[in-house]
Design a protein around this ligand. Structure first.
Ligand SMILES: [Zn+2]
Length: 627
């Protein structure tokens, strides 16, 4: 059956904004799909390469062929894209349908055959030998495999480029204009922040309105929602800063390149936590203050809806300002707008009365009267960029915090202005921590690094800053083996879970690992094998049909399960039983028909990422009899 729908703009309950009004639009799963993630959105160190559609928490909608073509690859994994197909259309473009629940009968049996042959759950088949598809055919079925709730991730690739499906004939549901939630203006080492209300009233605060020497740079916090209620903040297609008819700076995101996924470091400034909606879009073009400083800011979402503000630059603006630190950020040192900030506002906090002391090579930095300098008196009681402090005290290498009778230490350093690579060695308890950052970007503010020791859920750990340091290369951190007595884990910023570094190395002297972003690192000795909860009967969408399955919760708190092949299931006389590992929630899924009859048992062997293994004897649950 052909599910192609020639939906016309007028037939949809969209108020405005979708292009291609004259043509019929491609409807990827046969239903009006609202966007929940937009093209080019921030995913930490890369862009979101496609669009996500809400499937209203349901699975099993047919994913429809946008053109005549063939499936050129199919992959199965419990993480990332989950079960995914790559469909090549007659124009040579590749459409990616991720997080699928299942495939056509022919592809499904080919997958099962390959899994059985290789005794692997996670497989990838190039050019599967199945018939080609026609425009409108069902390719596979939507689901929730891999990361996230049930949704469809749709991606369009053409050679080296990744295109925005919304601009290539695909229906993208979005009924709301983008929201301009805040702005920050940089001048020298200073930053001023303006809130949503003030921007609406046409006011944009600058650090020093009388300073016509130091250029300003701008960043705007924007979120785009597709509909009410406002649930999934998305990114936008374009930001433009203008003065009269002159464009001062503009960023447009219509096409991405695989080779340029790290470009996001230049375009977005990061807050450490994703607690608040919206991304900070950085416009790198400098602007010098003049007599007449009225600017215009515009932003446009993926469906060409535009929001505008006419902004007069001012000494100060009224109203609430955007949040600087998320709920999981410690107030003493945190990352905001890709910089490290020191929370000098704590000087006046009643609950967390804090004294700061600045040190250089173990000695307190002195004030003009040769007494130890008191930062609480020297600076205003407000968060201050570490770079600003370092510009005044270039020899500063340690900040001591005295809090409720306890002393804590933050090590800090300035990265030389012209450095492209940077190596920094510092000591905690006379044990070394070295950091090496390569391919640093040129930014118009003082670049700094800071480390603080902390304890999180009884995991001894180090907090590294700033998380949003702009660099194109890698960050390698190496600990004295005595300091890091257990394997290294990094802290997931939104999940607040520790994740094992699978590529870490250990020598006699050091433990080290590399990443393309700066993270908090902790040390965990995991000697506990995964546990399984109670098996229960349930149903799941398999090849588009609701079918009985057995689900078993997996309890693995520390290292995690590396991939679906870490699970092996077998029974007497059956050397391989297909097992699916669902990473969200963590559970095993078995197709009931693959198992022995109710009451009989089969074996499951499961291994965590550091190699702890356990084998379980599972009894196939009995269906409850109806009364
Ligand atoms: Zn996605």
């Amino acid at each position: 059956m052909k599910l192609w729908m020639g939906i016309f703009l007028g037939a949809l309950a969209f108020s405005a904004g979708v292009l291609f009004a004259e043509d019929s639009l491609y409807v990827p799963f046969g239903k009006l799909g609202y966007l929940t993630s937009s093209f080019g959105e921030s995913r930490g160190t890369r862009y979101h390469a496609g669009v996500d559609y809400s499937t209203e928490m349901q699975e099993g909608f047919p994913s429809i062929a946008p053109e005549d073509g063939k499936i050129v690859q199919v992959k199965m994994s419990p993480y990332g894209y989950g079960k995914v197909i790559y469909f090549e259309d007659k124009l040579g473009r590749t459409w990616v349908f991720a997080h699928q629940s299942g495939f056509s009968k022919k592809l499904d049996s080919l997958i099962r055959y390959t899994q059985k042959k290789t005794k692997k759950n996670d497989i990838s088949i190039d050019h599967p030998k199945i018939p080609a598809f026609q425009k409108g055919d069902t390719l596979s079925y939507t689901g929730s495999s891999g990361i996230g709730n049930p949704h469809l991730h749709l991606e369009l690739r053409s050679g080296e480029s990744i295109l925005n499906p919304c601009h290539h004939g695909t229906l993208c549901g979005d009924t709301l204009d983008p929201q301009i939630l805040g702005a920050a203006v940089f001048q020298g080492e200073d930053v001023s922040i303006t809130g949503e209300e003030a921007l609406k009233n046409g006011c944009l605060e600058v650090p020093d309105i009388h300073n016509r020497e130091d250029s300003l740079r701008f960043t705007f916090k924007i979120a785009d929602y597709s509909r009410e209620p406002l649930e999934n903040p998305m990114s936008v297609r374009r930001v433009t800063l203008k003065k009269g008819n002159t464009i001062l700076g503009e960023i447009i995101k219509d096409t991405l390149k695989f080779s340029n996924m790290l470009q996001i470091r230049e375009e977005l400034l990061w807050a450490e936590e994703a607690d608040t909606a919206g991304d900070w879009h950085y416009i790198p073009n400098p602007y010098k203050l003049t007599k007449d400083d009225t600017l215009e800011f515009e932003t446009e979402d993926m469906t060409y809806r535009v929001s505008k503000r006419r902004l007069i630059l001012a000494e100060s603006c009224e109203g609430k300002k955007p949040m600087m630190r998320g709920k999981n950020q410690k107030p003493e040192m945190f990352t905001f707008l890709s910089r490290t900030w020191i929370g000098l506002d704590l000087c006046q906090s009643d609950s967390l009365k804090t004294d700061f002391l600045f040190f250089s090579k173990g000695k307190p930095i002195a004030d003009s009267e040769s007494k130890p300098l008191n930062p609480c008196k020297e600076f205003a009681a407000a968060p201050i960029p570490l770079g600003k402090i370092l510009a005044i005290f270039p020899d500063l290498d340690e900040i001591r915090l005295e809090q409720n009778g306890k002393t804590d230490t933050i090590r800090v350093t300035e990265i030389p202005a012209d450095a492209q690579d940077f190596n920094w060695e510092t000591e905690f308890q006379e044990k070394k921590i070295s950091q090496n950052v390569t391919k640093l970007s040129d930014v118009p503010w003082t670049r700094a690094l800071g480390i603080r020791k902390f304890q999180n859920d009884s995991v001894p750990a180090y907090e590294f800053h700033p998380k949003g340091l702009h660099f194109w290369g890698s960050w390698t951190v190496s600990f004295d083996a005595n300091l890091a007595s257990a394997p290294l884990y990094y802290l997931g910023e939104t999940s607040r879970r520790w994740f094992y570094f699978s590529k870490q190395k250990k020598t006699k002297q050091t433990r080290f690992t590399s990443m393309n972003e700066i993270r908090d690192i902790g040390f965990i000795q995991d000697n506990t094998a995964p546990e399984l909860g109670e098996a229960r009967l349930d149903s799941a969408v398999i090849a588009g049909k609701l079918s009985p399955v057995v689900r078993i919760p997996v309890i693995e708190k520390e290292s995690g399960i590396e991939n679906g092949n870490a699970i092996q299931a077998f029974a007497k006389g059956v050397p391989y039983i297909y097992a699916e590992y669902d990473s969200e929630p963590q559970e095993l899924v078995f197709v009931l028909n693959d198992l022995s009859q109710a009451g009989k048992s089969f074996k499951v062997r499961i291994q965590d990422e550091v190699g702890n293994v356990k084998t379980f004897e599972i009894t196939v649950p009995t269906a409850p009899t109806e009364e």
